[in-house]
Design a protein around this ligand. Structure first.
Ligand code: TXA
Ligand code: MG
Length: 314
């Protein structure tokens, strides 16, 4: 299948919506990362997403909708107070809420679980697309399973290009990091995946502790680089020849391939996955990543870097 690259025009958003309604797979931009969209209540369409991504069936998908009211229809919540508190504060935006699912949500989308994940993205193209489709859209990150999430249409074409119908290209994503996932059916709520929301503010809203999502394989977000190591700036000085570096401290290392990302968590997040894709395209065999600060604002990035360097599926 040849994937069409659609520039963002009202006609092309309409075209993408029609293709989704007809059961096709369409990648689209969100404020976090590109999503691989398909009809979220249609088992055949959902199945296509798992196949295209080569994603294990137990790893549940997020249902995307255009409003909190529509999200609530997908849930079976006895008391929606916390839902509304979070929805009002963070939606549209990079928060995903997990709660008991309504009957009509297929278990194929939830990896067999009785809970479903829902999100209202803030990217105007995503919102317009969801409005036009007028039904929930499952949208995992638009990358092959275990690879870094796509933050540009080029990444989508690189990892999924021959497996999907089209990608709506709106340029690089604002955050570059996936949404924060929180399970509000537990008391206190549990953060299943740290993400684009700054946890510092967020924890005071939820007193949430961090746990793990079911599908979060230890090895994840992995560039095709055989050796990835995390090291302090001092340790980097001892790295063998031919090791490439991914830094956030501006330093000159003579004769090395060096990616220097912004020295703040927001700028770093925006660039991280793109840097992974650039480095693997260079055929790098060994990459040492400068350790990021232990500060809470870097927590999601520490998580992603740790997973990208893990060689094991646990
Ligand atoms: O920012 C994002 O969340 C992006 C954009 C496209 O919206 N989507 C995304 O989807 O990252 P995906 O499929 O790559 O990651 C979804 C995460 C996984 O860690 C999954 O295990 C978790 O959400 N998740 C989904 N449904 C769940 C459920 N019912 N219970 C627990 N965790 C769930
Ligand atoms: Mg993903």
């Amino acid at each position: 299948m040849l994937c069409q690259r659609l520039e963002v025009t009202p006609q092309n958003i309409q075209k993408a919506a029609k293709l989704i309604c007809a059961g096709h797979l369409i990648a689209f931009p969100t404020e976090t990362v590109y999503g691989l969209g398909a009809l979220g209540l249609d088992e055949q369409a959902i199945q296509k997403v798992f196949v295209a991504k080569n994603r294990p069936g137990y790893n549940p998908l997020i249902l995307h909708v255009a409003s909190a009211e529509k999200a609530l229809e997908l849930l079976d919540l006895k008391s929606p107070e916390l839902f509304w508190q979070l929805a009002k504060k963070y939606w549209p935006g990079p928060l995903t809420i997990v709660a008991p699912k309504a009957k009509h949500v297929p278990k194929l989308a939830t990896g067999g679980l009785d809970k479903v994940a829902v999100r209202v993205p803030s990217h105007p193209v995503a919102l317009e697309l969801l409005r036009l489709v007028d039904a929930p859209v499952v949208a995992p990150s638009a990358n092959a399973s275990q690879r870094p999430s796509s933050t540009t249409a080029e990444h989508v074409l690189l990892t999924l290009g021959n497996r999907i119908s089209a990608v709506l290209d709106a340029g690089p994503c604002e955050y570059g990091l996936e949404s924060t996932v929180i399970d509000i059916s537990q008391d206190p709520p549990v953060i299943l995946r740290p993400g684009a929301l700054n946890l510092e503010n967020f924890e005071s809203d939820t007193s949430g502790k961090i746990n793990g999502s079911p599908g979060r394989l230890d090895k994840h977000y992995a560039p095709l680089i055989p050796e990835i190591k995390i090291a302090s700036l001092e340790e980097l000085q001892q790295a063998p020849k031919n090791t490439a570096f991914l830094l956030h401290t501006p330093r000159y290392f003579k004769g090395r391939v060096c990616e220097i990302l912004p020295n703040n968590s927001i700028g770093y997040a925006k660039e991280l996955f793109a840097a992974f894709y650039r480095l693997e395209a260079l055929g790098i065999q060994s990459l040492w990543i400068e350790k990021v600060p232990d500060d809470k604002s870097w927590a999601s990035l520490k998580d992603r870097i740790g997973r990208s360097s893990s060689r094991e599926n646990k």
